[in-house]
Design a protein around this ligand. Structure first.
Ligand code: HEM
Length: 110
């Protein structure tokens, strides 16, 4: 997640979408969410409540370009983590589906 947010920090399309100056808290939230999703401690929901990810993303217009940028940086970060092939494939399958599900505008703004 740290690597992913390093890439977000330099991204012209994604960086402006994040309301906070410091990306550290956003990194923590995504990490806690994924830990919980994959069966670890429920710290995410203890602090943030039910994930409701589509609702939480509603304030940010996510079209195909933002989704693809998200996936591109996540792909790099996951590759660099050098997981066992089955773990990588399983994680990636989830992330790709989740990213497609987060689309909330049909087309990129002109
Ligand atoms: C498809 C492109 C996506 C974009 C452009 C995007 C963008 C954002 C932005 C701007 C935020 C607010 C930052 C913050 O927490 O302060 C956020 C929050 C978050 N995102 Fe995404 N996101 C995307 C996909 C995903 C996916 C696929 C997941 C999960 C697998 C995810 C998980 C989260 C979580 C857990 C939060 C924090 C929610 C909270 O507790 O407030 N995002 N995202």
């Amino acid at each position: 997640m740290h690597r992913f947010y390093e890439l977000v920090a330099t991204d012209d399309l994604m960086r402006p979408m994040y309301p906070e100056e410091d990306l550290g808290p956003a990194e923590d939230r995504l990490r806690m969410f994924l830990v919980q999703y994959w069966g670890g401690p429920t710290t995410y929901s203890d602090q943030r409540g039910h994930p409701r990810l589509r609702m939480r993303h509603a304030p940010f217009p996510i079209g195909p370009a933002a989704r693809d940028r998200w996936l591109q940086h996540m792909r790099t970060a996951v590759k660099e983590a050098r997981l066992a092939p089955l773990h990588e494939a399983t994680l990636w399958d989830y992330l790709e589906r989740a990213a497609h599900a987060m689309l909330n505008i049909p087309q990129d703004p002109a």
